[in-house]
Write a protein that binds this ligand. Structure first.
Ligand SMILES: Cc1cc2nc3c(=O)[nH]c(=O)nc-3n(C[C@H](O)[C@H](O)[C@H](O)COP(=O)(O)OP(=O)(O)OC[C@H]3O[C@@H](n4cnc5c(N)ncnc54)[C@H](O)[C@@H]3O)c2cc1C
Length: 429
């Protein structure tokens, strides 16, 4: 963006802040419009998922270190556990633990409010970025109706050369575009009816199976569609339970405990029994992963980008959301470095390609559960069978475990699991 420009970002959460960080290198002024109060301690009202454990995947960690040099050191200084994922996260498929061994990728156990507040502090320290408290109520198009030239707020129009929608799951851009005559944004969905329920405990339980590590994870399987993450954060221990359909983890304490007991890791149940509970459990219902196909909208106006959950929203058990938001910011950076002018249609296509891999991984995994609704193909069922075999291999072989975790961390492409050594070792196991 070579001439004087003003970029407006709708939504000042993870995706919006990361987009603002990138835009600050290319626009004269960046204004983030956020409807929620951000000067709060802890979980924000508009981001209730902040009550639940938020892991930053390795790819996201790499991008954040690039955007905010010193990120890792700063977080370590705040007491955030940052350790190798392969050795510090006891990853189980059901009851069976993956072989531990260095995965050469870090796990950042910051917790959502701390991570977001750190990122906000770094972005708002940039001289040409500001955050204003406002709810965006619509887009403003130019006379040709081919370009976005601003947004509407209760206080009037805010002019913009580029508008980035990072309004999360409640984004209304698709509706606004339809009302403005730009066409209908189609949507893909994988319906899984997932519930997350999380409870926080004081440091440290009398019986602590995590120790100096970061977390214990047990993933859902089609045989038992219930899973959990038990994590050591800066200020507490947190246990996030997840389950599909009739396996929804409950909020009342006795039923919560019964759910923990039904999981295949008795140590976690024992630990929670001895821990001091510091809050009541919080639940979040997640009906479906959704992907809005802006790249297919012929009438997509120029000057408009959609990022974060507003573009694609993933089943949270894969912990991809914040990392995909970071990947979108990274794609925006390369887009702006390569072009003089932001090109909305090109960027939507580029971002869709970025989303392809995490979407395929998450949708593929979910479609392995018979109750999940979505388009099943022969390719997804074959890939599922093979990935299940890789996970069985990971229980026996640290090389296979590392290969799997690096794909799940979005550092490697899924194709890397088809390397002859990984195929042979997975089958041998
Ligand atoms: C239970 C659960 C657990 C999760 N665990 C993980 C995890 O472990 N790792 C991970 O990476 N991700 C996880 N996620 C996903 C992650 O929370 C989201 O992907 C991420 O928050 C998306 O960021 P975002 O900025 O796009 O949207 P959001 O964080 O939802 O923020 C949207 C922002 O836009 C603002 N806004 C909305 N509309 C307007 C408007 N009209 N005007 C102005 N402002 C507006 C809102 O107030 C809000 O601040 C989890 C999600 C859930 C539900």
């Amino acid at each position: 963006m070579s001439t004087a420009t003003h970029a407006v970002v709708v939504g000042g959460s993870i995706a919006g802040l990361l987009a603002a960080r990138v835009l600050a290198d290319h626009a004269d002024q960046v204004t983030v419009l956020e409807r929620d109060a951000t000067d709060v301690d802890g979980v924000r009202r508009a981001v209730p998922q902040g009550h639940h454990i938020h892991a930053l995947l390795a790819r996201g960690h790499e991008i954040l270190e690039g955007l905010f040099p010193g990120f890792t050191q700063d977080l370590l200084g705040l007491g955030v556990p940052i350790l190798d994922f392969g050795t510090s996260v006891a990853w189980h498929r059901g009851p069976a633990r993956f072989q531990p061994g260095p995965a050469d990728m870090m796990c950042v156990a910051a917790g959502r409010p701390l991570l977001e507040s750190y990122v906000r502090g770094r972005v708002l320290a940039l001289p040409n970025v500001s955050l204003a408290h406002a709810e965006v109520e619509g887009l403003v198009l130019d006379a040709t109706r081919r370009a976005v030239v601003g947004v509407r707020t209760p206080d009037g129009t805010v002019d913009a050369d580029v508008v980035v929608d990072a309004a999360g799951r409640g984004s209304r851009t698709a509706t606004w575009l339809e009302e403005l005559g730009c066409g209908t944004v189609t949507e893909d969905a994988i319906e899984m009816d997932l519930v997350y329920t999380t409870c926080g405990f004081a440091i440290a339980p009398d019986f602590d199976p995590i120790g100096e590590d970061i977390a214990i994870v047990s993933t859902m399987t089609p045989e038992l569609p219930r899973g959990m993450i038990y994590a050591r954060l800066t200020d507490r221990y947190a246990l996030s339970l997840n389950g599909l359909g009739t396996h929804a983890p409950p909020r009342d304490w006795e039923s919560f405990l019964a759910f923990v007991k039904s999981l295949p890791l008795p140590d976690v149940h024992r630990s929670v029994l001895s821990a001091e509970r510091i809050e009541d459990p919080h639940s979040f219902r997640f009906p479906a992963s959704t992907r809005r196909r802006y790249e297919r909208l012929a009438g997509l106006p120029d000057g408009l980008a959609v990022v974060g959950d507003a573009f694609a929203r993933f089943n949270p058990v894969y912990a991809q959301g914040m990392t995909v938001a970071a990947m979108a910011a990274d794609r925006l950076r390369t887009h702006l470095e390569a072009t003089d002018r932001f090109d909305a249609r090109l960027f939507a296509r580029q971002l869709s390609r970025v989303v392809d891999t995490p979407w395929t991984l998450a949708a593929g995994g979910d479609l392995g559960f018979p109750t999940v609704r979505g388009r099943r193909t022969l390719a997804t069922s074959m890939a599922n069978r093979y990935v299940t075999q890789v996970q069985r291999g990971a229980v026996k072989d640290p090389v296979v475990a590392k290969a799997f975790l690096r794909v799940a961390g979005l550092l490697e492409e899924p194709a890397s699991l088809f390397r002859p050594t990984i195929v042979a070792r997975s089958l041998a196991a």
